[in-house]
Write a protein that binds this ligand. Sequence first.
Ligand code: ADP
Ligand code: TPP
Ligand code: MG
Length: 331
Amino acid sequence: MSSSASKRPNPRRPGEFELIARHFTRKPRHPGVVVGVGDDCTLLSPTPGYQLAVSVDTSVAGVHFPLDAPAQAIGHRVLAVSLSDLAAVGARPRWCLMSLTLSDANDDWLAAFARGFDALCRRSQVDLVGGDVTKGQLAVGVTVHGEVPPGEALLRSGARAGDALFVTGCLGGGQGGLKAWQAGERDLAHPLLAAYLLPEPRLAAGQALRGLASAAIDISDGLLADLGHICHASQLGAELDEAALPLCEGLVECLGEKDAMRAALTGGDEYELLVSLPKAAQKEARERLSVLGLSLTHIGVLSSRPGIRGVSASHAPGWQHFGTDQSGEAS
Ligand SMILES: Nc1ncnc2c1ncn2[C@@H]1O[C@H](COP(=O)(O)OP(=O)(O)O)[C@@H](O)[C@H]1O
Ligand SMILES: Cc1ncc(C[n+]2csc(CCOP(=O)(O)OP(=O)(O)O)c2C)c(N)n1
Ligand SMILES: [Mg+2]
């Protein structure tokens, strides 16, 4: 029989409703939330005439981020990977919901996690409007809602033969950062570790490319895999220029030349945008991204011939849960 002492509320280990009230209930910062955290459903008023863009991604400890990563970084990362899907379609983020599975309700951990999550909410102009808390192995699912003018969303299926392929930012940082973490690096200012644990969803870039890019995808599974998704959806093939790939600074030093290229092609966890641009749109696209301080690198071209060419070594296509001997890069 448990003693009455063990049933006494422990302020360092809040119960479900206490932790929701303490860490995840904030007055919405933006209009459109009719009913937020606290009722059976959230009620939202989307901007009349806009389409809703909705996506969910789940991040699991040990699969998507190290269990012992700083809580604040985990809070940032779980939201960033979902916002990245809104970036990829060119939507403006509005709302998010968080499904949180926790093994233990440690108040300090939760406060740091909520701080990381909320800081990115604030910067991205997103309100957390609901969610769910349950007990189990640490995992966080984040649903995001964004808005896009009708017919203007960037899709995987819109590319045409002859369109050029461009990528924002640099490649290989996700896998480089994971390797750095595994090697004992813990400084979040380390550029590769920051790319892995604190990725920046390219929200402004995605919206700036509306009306210009013929197709777009965020690189979560690896460049080759995600280019494969554009090719499949647009019924095209591609010619990549391996030498043109913008490898992240310090990647070659960290991984060596061969593994740096492998990380850029198949590592995943990039959260950069891969876009196709018709010739007439390329100058304007470069200008809009340069205003945002973001590089846009020409890495290849789409063609009507199926398959992806221009990659020298034989590479696994990229990350897949299941379908491999171990979860990870498909062989
Ligand atoms: N359990 C599921 N039920 C329905 N649709 C799903 C499920 N899991 C994934 N999808 C859909 O499959 C597509 C590919 O998913 P995913 O590879 O996770 O996309 P992303 O890389 O953009 O997160 C998406 O359109 C996603 O909504
Ligand atoms: C601890 C750890 N090991 C391995 C990886 C590598 N990794 C895990 S999932 C993944 C692909 C992206 O995740 P997924 O669930 O497929 O996201 P989605 O494509 O749905 O956005 C990668 C590269 C990681 N991020 N963290
Ligand atoms: Mg997904």
